[in-house]
Structure formats: structure tokens, C-alpha cells
Design a protein around this ligand. Structure first.
Ligand code: FEO
Ligand code: CA
Ligand code: CA
Length: 631
């Protein structure tokens, strides 16, 4: 989700259909950068190398910021396209139609729009085959429809719904290069109208029943799928983030209750407007439909006929991603962020242990367990590297003051209104939690807090892991569980990096922490990933104006950090107007898959056709010498 989701869009942006997404000013594109927009994907752009520290983990030279409409990489690296929005997944599916005249049915058979989080699943017994599950977060009406504006019919809405969800694809390594396999029997779209089951403690609750489903257990669709998780038993978790934005009301004076308000319900969604042509999204007619979204959805990519399952035990909020870990006694842990200003960080701990010998025995492991929310102390106040302690507070009916007296009739209501329950127990309001990852080396957990321009507002104290009143740059939080056990209810936290701009501001916090310098500065960290060497990869979804507070930062980018030394180097810069989001590695870590979402603002990435449309794409990054990425 773009930084610009903070309702900063202008009327012009809405008219052209880009709405809240990154909208780079023409002035930010220097002439030289525009000329670089040619077809350079077959080779790396040799960006100027800068001096760097002594990390032995980071084996590449940090590159300069860039504003080119292409992928910029260190010397010795190259990029190509794996798949782009609209790619037919089967040979009998219609080809991508850049005019926007393709039908909803065609989009249901094509790769979805605005790819985000993704996971790679090794194919049993064949190291040259794999499946990838890739989220398709939202769509840009400017490019989706020939009229370029809001949906004008039920067919338009259905096409938009078809562009979101998840794409499952097979990839194969041929002549050393991973490629998309059209016509694989595993290729599949899961979208805004796919039948999905609700399971766990909230399934069947009255708040989940609608006129179309009086069981409260069968829902149509998943949409606004942000980032992801991958379970040790080989399933994919897709996270429903800004689902409320898809709803509106035909009744202009419709009044919302506290829960609906807390989840952001409005009469007129600012841009998506499905309710105008699909009554399922009309809150005046189907208020409970809203409660059937905002969950983590589990998908078995190896069974194309399987029905995805929404796991209500993990709570309902604007889910960013889901990071898996394991307690010392073998139970599953899922760390999750709720990406909205002042919202929370959660963890789920399963009741049963993971069965590592029989994957199918874990089929419903995520239906039973305990949900917690994080509370952080004020920390030591160190401006450069604050640290402190924290605890996990249980969100169970009958505990910690969560009961009928505080407005929760049962555990189902606690889960459906997880935000309200978390507020009731005094959880810490965070600077928009985005991705969470767990280090494969030492089990420390990292979470991007992307930005929060309203931290100074009432109820959001400027302290602890959220140390800035007007936080336009973001930070990366890290915590270490006590007793080295993810079951522990206490932990120690510190800020791994406080982003800033030392060329515009002097001194922490605006200049950033001491591991930020003019050569690696960035804003709005979002996507995160670890490789098996322990390198921490950081993706940004920030202000790419390259001006003001963000002068010298260029386009959105991907950096790589040494978690031990704290050193950070810029590894990749994305094309104009994009967000870099979604990361996965081939099993040998010699191929990196990176998502480029919503190139825009004059971009024609990746094809660079005259007057061509930009297309979100998954990129394949390799080294020319065939080595391990980043080493
Ligand atoms: Fe879809 Fe919070 O990013
Ligand atoms: Ca973001
Ligand atoms: Ca994100």
C-alpha cells in the first residue's frame, strides 16, 4: 500500500485515476533519466558505486539513488521479467489487452494486477520446478478500463474484483533461468468472487451471516491482498489489508457503530466504489459482509481444486503480512502487523504442535490457539538507538478485562473486532506496522514501521519504538524474545534503523540513526525478507518525489542490511512511480524474485512501448557470474 494512502491525493490524481498511489511530478524526472527508460532490462545499469563499510555479509557495492524508469542494480547483476499484469495463465486465456477492453472473465484467467507479497514453494523431487503464490493487491482504474475512471457497470466491478486476490503460477528453470510456465495445471486465480470458507472460533457467528450466506461460513472472495506468509507445512497465507475501502453505502445518512468506524467504514469509499454496482459491498444492504473480510487466508498451492480458508483465530484487522516462527515446544507462531496509523502488532500461538512428518496433519492448525497484542514500554530514550522492554497481552474472552462489560459477548466478537479488544487492553499504538520477518540466524523479529504523520495526535505518545511526532521517514523495529522462545510473553526491543535524510536535516531523529548516510538514505520501509545467509532485505513504499524531505532518495528501492553490524547498502532502485514490494528466493539463493508494483507517473515499465501502459511485474534478479544474491 502506498505511502500516499494518507489521503494526500489531489483532485487531479483522482481524475486521472492514479488516486492515492505514487504520483511523481514531471519535474522529478530529469532528461537523462527519461532517456534511460529504454529497454535496459537485459543488462544491469552500472550505477555509480559509493564507499561502504566493512560488512563481510554484504558482497556487492552500494548503488546511488536513481530516477530512471528501469531497474537499477549493482555491477554484475541483471534483471528480467518473470510475469506482468494481464499475462494469460493458460494458453486458451485471452491475451492482455492494453486498451483496457478485456473482459472480467478474461482477467479471471490472467495474472492479477499490482503484485505484492509472494512465496516460492519447491516442487517435491524436482529442483528445476517450483510454484509461486503471488498476491494481487488492488488495481488502477486508469489502466484497467478504457474509460480510465470509476467503475460504470457490474461488469467493470467484476473486472476490478478479478484483478485482485492471488495468482498461483508454476515456474521452471530452463537453461539456468527461472521462467513462467503457461498452461501448468497448477496455474490458478483466486480473486474477489472465488468461494472461500471461514473457519475458526468466529466462523458461523451471527456477525458473519448475510442474506446470501446464513451459515456465516461461506464467503465470496479475497481482495486487497497485501503481503504474505508461508507455513512450514507448505501452504500460503495471504493477508487482506485495505478491505474496508471496497465498501460504501447507497444510503447517504447511514450511521456506523463504533466497530464499523474503527475499521474505517464510510458512506462513499474515496475511490474504489464497488458498492455502486455490486450490492454485496453496500453497507446499507449488507453490513455484515464487511466482517467477512480482513482475515488471513490459507491456500494450498499444490491442490488447484482446494477451497481457500479464512482463519478467524488470527483476528480481523488490516493485515499486512504473516511471519511464521515456532515455539521451543513446537507450536506455530504467526506475527502480524495492522497497517494503519496508530494500530497494533499481534502474534498468534497455536494450541497444537506442528507435525513436521505429515503436512496434512496441520491442515487446521491455525484454527485453535491464542491471539496476543504487543505493548511496548517507553524505552531508554536514546535518540540514535532506543531500546526497551515489551510484553504480549492475551486477547481472550474472560481475561484482561475483555468480557461483556467491555462490549465483547464471546471470543468470536473479540476476533471480529480485534482492534477494539487490543485497545481495551492498552496495546501500544504504532507507526503503521508493515512487514514482519524472523531472522533464520538468531530468531530476532524485525518489523517495518513505515511512517506516521499524525504520531503527535492524542493517544499516540511520542516515545519508545515510535519516537517522532511527525514521522515521514519510518523506522525498523526489532525484538528478541525472552528465553529465546517465541512462546515467551516478554521481549527486549530496539530500533534497528531510524530512517532520515542527513543531506536535508542535521541530527537525529530527522537525519536518521547513525547507520543512515547520504549514500543509503531511504524513506518508508515496507517489505522485508531474510535470505538463508542472514542478510536482511528492505523494500520501500515511500515518497519518490526526490525533493524536500526526500531530496536525493530517488525512486523506491530495495536495500540490504547486515543485522549484526547495522550496515545498510542500496541494492536496487525501481522504475518511476513504483513501490518495490514482494520478495522471494530460489532454493539455491542464486535467483531473487522482486515485485514492482504500480509503476506510474509517466512510467512505461517494463515494455517501454510508445504511449504504453505501465504493468506491475515480478522481476527475476540474477548475477552474471551465477553467484548467490547479495554475497
Ligand atoms: Fe499493502 Fe501496508 O501495505
Ligand atoms: Ca506501504
Ligand atoms: Ca506494504
Amino acid at each position: 500500500m502506498s505511502l500516499l494512502e494518507e489521503n494526500q491525493s489531489t483532485d487531479l490524481e483522482k481524475i486521472v485515476g492514479l488516486s492515492r498511489r505514487s504520483f511523481i511530478s514531471a519535474g522529478a524526472l530529469c532528461g537523462a533519466a527519461m532517456f534511460l527508460g529504454g529497454n535496459l532490462l537485459s543488462r544491469s545499469v552500472l550505477a555509480a558505486a559509493v564507499s561502504e563499510g566493512n560488512s563481510r555479509l554484504l558482497g556487492f557495492k552500494s548503488i546511488a539513488a536513481a530516477t530512471a524508469d528501469t531497474i537499477t542494480l549493482p555491477p554484475g547483476y541483471k534483471a528480467s521479467v518473470l510475469i506482468s499484469w494481464g499475462q494469460p495463465l493458460q494458453k486458451n486465456a485471452p491475451a492482455f489487452d492494453p486498451s483496457g477492453n478485456g473482459t472480467a472473465r478474461a482477467q479471471e484467467m490472467q495474472f492479477g494486477d499490482n503484485n505484492d507479497g509472494m512465496s516460492l514453494f519447491e516442487f517435491p523431487g524436482d529442483k528445476n520446478r517450483a510454484l509461486m503464490a503471488i498476491n494481487n493487491e488492488y488495481t488502477n482504474y486508469q489502466y484497467l478500463f478504457p474509460h480510465g475512471g470509476q467503475p460504470q457497470s457490474a461488469e467493470d466491478v467484476r473486472k476490478a474484483q478479478a484483478s485482485e486476490g492471488v495468482s498461483v503460477i508454476e515456474i521452471q528453470r530452463r537453461r539456468g533461468q527461472w521462467q513462467f510456465v503457461q498452461d501448468s495445471r497448477y496455474n490458478r486465480r483466486i480473486h474477489g468472487n472465488t468461494p472461500i470458507r471461514l473457519r475458526g472460533p468466529a466462523a458461523g457467528h451471527d456477525l458473519l451471516k448475510t442474506s446470501a450466506d446464513n451459515s456465516g461460513k461461506k464467503v465470496l472472495g479475497t481482495f486487497q491482498n497485501c503481503a504474505n506468509g508461508m507455513t512450514p507445512w507448505g501452504t500460503y497465507l495471504t493477508c487482506e489489508e485495505n478491505f474496508t475501502d471496497c465498501f460504501g453505502s447507497s444510503k447517504a445518512d447511514l450511521q456506523f457503530d463504533a466497530a464499523q468506524k474503527r475499521y474505517g467504514a464510510t458512506v462513499a469509499s474515496s475511490e474504489i466504489n464497488w458498492h455502486l454496482h455490486d450490492p454485496r459491498f453496500d453497507l446499507a444492504k449488507n453490513p455484515n459482509e464487511l466482517n467477512r473480510h480482513g482475515w488471513v487466508v490459507e491456500i494450498d498451492p499444490f491442490d488447484p481444486q482446494s477451497t481457500p480458508v479464512k482463519r478467524t483465530a488470527l483476528g480481523r484487522f488490516k493485515h499486512e503480512n504473516a511471519a511464521l516462527a515456532q515455539t521451543n515446544d513446537g507450536r506455530a507462531v504467526v506475527y502480524m502487523g495492522d497497517d494503519e496509523r496508530g494500530e497494533f502488532i499481534y502474534k498468534f500461538v497455536s494450541r497444537e504442535r506442528i507435525n513436521h512428518r505429515n503436512a496434512k496433519a496441520n491442515r487446521n492448525l491455525l484454527d485453535h490457539g491464542t491471539l496476543y497484542v504487543a505493548r511496548f514500554d517507553a524505552g531508554d530514550g536514546n535518540p540514535d538507538h532506543p531500546k526497551g522492554k515489551g510484553q504480549w497481552i492475551e486477547l481472550s474472552h474472560g481475561k484482561n478485562g475483555i468480557d461483556a462489560s467491555s462490549g465483547f459477548a464471546d471470543q468470536a466478537e473479540v476476533l471480529i473486532h480485534a482492534r477494539l479488544a487490543a485497545s481495551a487492553v492498552g496495546a501500544t499504538r504504532m507507526d503503521r506496522p508493515e512487514w514482519i520477518v524472523v531472522s533464520p540466524k538468531d530468531g530476532q523479529v524485525y518489523c517495518t514501521l513505515t511512517n506516521n504523520s499524525k504520531r503527535g495526535d492524542a493517544g499516540q505518545p511520542v516515545e519508545g519504538p515510535n519516537p517522532r511526532a511527525k514521522n515521514v521517514y519510518g523506522q525498523i523495529l526489532r525484538w528478541k524474545t525472552d528465553r529465546d522462545d517465541h512462546a515467551s510473553k516478554t521481549f527486549a526491543w530496539d530500533l534497528f534503523v531510524v530512517a532520515g535524510n542527513p543531506t536535508v536535516h542535521a541530527g537525529t531523529p530527522k537525519a536518521g540513526s547513525s547507520n543512515i548516510n547520504p549514500q543509503n538514505m531511504f524513506n518508508s520501509p515496507d517489505g522485508l525478507g531474510f535470505d538463508n545467509g542472514g542478510r536482511l532485505w528492505i523494500q520501500t513504499d515511500g515518497d519518490s518525489s526526490n525533493a524536500g524531505d526526500f531530496a536525493g532518495m530517488g525512486n523506491n528501492q530495495m536495500l540490504c542490511a547486515d543485522p549484526n553490524s547495522g550496515e545498510i547498502r542500496r541494492f536496487m532502485v525501481g522504475p518511476v512511480g513504483c513501490e518495490v514490494t514482494g520478495i522471494s528466493f530460489a532454493p539455491d539463493y542464486k535467483t531473487l524474485f522482486v515485485g514492482i508494483q504500480h509503476p506510474s507517473g509517466g512510467s512505461t515499465f517494463p515494455e517501454h512501448l510508445p504511449n504504453g501502459k505501465p504493468r506491475s511485474s515480478v522481476m527475476v534478479i540474477t548475477r552474471e557470474d551465477g553467484g548467490v544474491i547479495g554475497a
